[in-house]
Design a protein around this ligand. Structure first.
Ligand SMILES: [Zn+2]
Length: 431
């Protein structure tokens, strides 16, 4: 069960409690709601010498979604889980959009100026804005959760596979063994080396199997240099044939595979720059940061018999992952980065021509775009994020709702929140 965060009278985090306990505290007037997302209550009376159990925040950073889990290392309990959707592509699209508008304006309005492409520099440590936004999202949530829960350590997945464990896998004789930890690391290594595609037909986004270039049945080894990837069709078609026989009619593919098999993967491929940067910034928070590999995460998750989701991957990051993870009843909070709106006053159409102008005021009847509300209307009850209009009819999901039916649950803070179970959006469990 996802727990409810509790803070004391000085807003310092205490142990999270079961929702039933939170309900008793709220109904008994001993606490009040501090914040809706993530649901946090504040106690009304002082707690003397509170004892708190430290929690570990675990992250599985992804390009679209980052999994977040708060785990109690001693009891193995997952206390809270979330999945954070990043903006990435939206950031790039709106910057491209802005660039096009400015360029077109210069063409129309400015007299000729010499091109000045050479006098622009990028600050040291510059990072593309779309990636910077992802980093900022993760750091925001690490900081936020540290305010409501007693977090004392961080774990993150830094690399896809652990080079240290494999120690130059192409030369040293590490062998692939299905199911073992080294096997999982090698699997990730091979996936990266062959770019997650079938070596024979170049199929992507299909289930891939580890393939022995020189077949096992004919004395081929389990060593990394003898492994490649194949889709099921190609793998069955090849069977125990020799690669030269199988690719008799495709000499160029044969040549490519043989060359690729000999080429060891560079160390740099193990770490991507965004994750590395995130690691550096997490270290700057002062909390101890533990790093894990993708192979280890997968091994942990598989041996604990858990399905693949972003938050469960996060809970399984690192060697600190408890032997038994208690995940029953956890509903991950879906957090979607939406940004804080635009400053552009002129709304343009797809060709950059002005359509209409915006109002200067960004609120109407006390509401702002991005507020999370609950609306009880004659037609039904709705929860969600609103987009305001400058008349009493706001957009809420797919319907228009009059603000008189609304109650604000959470002020706009750049994120949209939902609880999703089996693809159905529903009300927050603490309604
Ligand atoms: Zn194939």
């Amino acid at each position: 069960m996802s727990k409810v965060f509790v803070v004391d009278t000085n807003s310092q985090p205490l142990d999270p409690v079961h929702p039933a306990r939170a309900r008793i505290l709220l109904h008994g007037g001993k606490a009040s709601v501090f914040r809706m997302y993530p649901f946090t209550i504040i106690l009304k009376t002082e707690v003397l010498e509170p004892e708190v159990q430290p929690l570990r925040i675990k992250l599985d950073p992804g390009s679209r979604t980052t999994g977040i889990a708060l785990v109690n290392d001693t009891s193995g309990e997952v206390v809270f889980a979330a999945e954070l959707d990043h903006r990435g592509q939206t950031v790039k699209a709106s910057l491209d959009d802005r660039r096009a508008v400015r360029r077109s304006r210069r063409q129309r309005k400015t007299r000729y100026r010499k091109a000045r492409w050479q006098n622009r520099t990028r600050a040291k440590g510059w990072f593309p804005p779309s990636l910077e936004s992802r980093l900022a999202n993760v750091l925001t949530w690490v900081n936020r959760l540290s305010r409501y829960a007693p977090i004392s350590a961080i774990s993150m997945e830094l690399v896809r596979f652990d080079m240290q464990l494999m120690e130059n896998p192409e030369v040293s004789g590490v062998e692939y063994q299905q199911g073992s930890l080294a096997g999982y690391e090698i699997r990730e290594y091979v996936l990266e080396k062959w770019q997650r595609a079938c070596a024979y037909c170049e199929a992507k986004d299909v289930p891939l199997q580890i393939e022995h270039i020189h077949p096992r049945a004919k004395g081929g080894t389990n060593r990394v240099s003898n492994l490649c990837l194949a889709c099921e069709k190609c793998n069955t078609a090849k069977g125990t044939q020799d690669i030269a026989v199988f690719l008799k009619k495709k000499p160029e593919v044969l040549k490519k595979i043989q060359a690729q098999a000999k080429k060891p993967l560079k160390d740099a491929a193990a770490v991507n720059s965004t994750r590395w940067k995130l690691f550096e910034r997490l270290k700057a928070t002062g909390l101890p940061v533990e790093c894990g590999s993708g192979g280890l995460t997968k091994y942990n998750r598989t041996t604990r018999n858990l399905p693949k989701t972003h938050w469960l991957d996060a809970a399984n990051v690192g060697t600190s992952a408890p032997v038994v993870l208690i995940t029953k009843g956890i509903k991950p909070l879906k957090i979607k980065a939406t940004g804080h709106g635009r400053r552009k006053m002129c709304v343009t159409d797809a060709y950059g021509f002005p359509k209409h102008h915006k109002e200067r005021k960004s609120s109407y009847m006390g509401y702002r775009t991005g507020d999370m509300v609950k609306a009880i209307t004659p037609k039904g009850t709705y929860w969600g994020r609103i987009a305001i209009r400058h008349r009493p009819s706001f957009r809420l999901g797919k319907t228009d709702v009059h603000p008189k039916y609304m109650r604000r649950l959470h002020r706009a803070d750049g994120y949209e929140y939902t609880y999703e179970t089996k693809g159905v959006r529903d009300a927050p469990p603490h309604g």
